[in-house]
Design a protein around this ligand. Sequence first.
Ligand code: HSE
Length: 284
Amino acid sequence: MKIRVPATSANLGPGFDSCGIALSQYLTIDIGPETKKWQIKHQLGSEIPSDEQNLLIQTALDLAPNLTPHQITMTSDIPIARGLGSSSSVVVAGIELANRLGNLGMTPQRKVTYATKIEGHPDNVAPAICGDFVVASYNNNEVNFVKHAFPDCDVIAFIPNHELLTSESRAVLPKEMSYRDAVKASSIGNVMIAAVLNGNLPLAGKMMERDILHENHRQHLVPHLKKIREFCKVYGGYGSFLSGAGPTVLVLTPPENTEKLVTALKAFDHEAMIDVLSVEKEGV
Ligand code: HSE
C-alpha cells in the first residue's frame, strides 16, 4: 500500500495563512509488512528518526494509538525547510497512515481540521490533502475551506541552496497592523482569489505581488525575491511570490516563457535549484 502526498506552496502572496496550491513533487510512503516495532527506511538524513520518534509515526499514533507497527519506506523529492511544505507532507502522510491502517474512514474535512490543529494554519495541509488550489480559514477551532481548479500554467520554483526555518520567518512578522492596512490587505487577497477562480492569471499574478501582510516584513531574509520579480516582469511571467515562509520563490508563467525565465534564473544564481513544476490536481 502506498501513500503519496504532494508538496505545497502556501500564501500565494496576499493569501497569508489561508491560500495554497499542491505541486508536482511528492513524499511517498510505502507500507511494508507488520513488524514488532516501527521501522522507517529512508535516505533523508541521519537527523530524521528511523523509529517511532519519526514525525510520521508520532502523528499516526496520536490519532490512532493502537496501530500495529509496520515497516515503512519513505522517499521524498520535497526539499526540506525551503517553503514547499515538507513537514506538512509528513503530518498529512501520518494522518493518512492512521486513516488507512486503522480503517478510520476520515473525511477530507476531518483530515484538514486535524492537520491544521497540528500545523497552526491550514494553507499547506489543506492543498496537500485536497490537491489543486485551496482557500481556507481557521477560526475558533473551526476550519472551513474551498477547493477549486487552478488555471493551467507552469510553476517555476527557485529553490535557494540554504534553509530558512518557518519559525525564523514568522518571528519577523509584526504583532499588529492598522485597521486601514487590514482592509487593504483583505481587498488585495480577495481580488487575487477571484482572479484565480475566473482563470485570469495576469490579474491574479499582479495581485500576488501586492501582498502587505508578510512579504515586506520578510524581505531582508529573502533578498533574491526582488530580483526574481524583475525577471518575472521582463520575461513575461504572470507573477512571483514567496513560497510559504520561504526561501523558495515561485514564478507562475505561460509555458511559452518558461525557458527564458529558467535561463535568466540559472544565470542569476548558479547554486539555486530551478525546477519547473505544475499544480497537482490530486491530494493525498
Ligand atoms: N503561511 C505560513 C507562513 C506558511 O507564511 O508563515 C509557512 O508554512
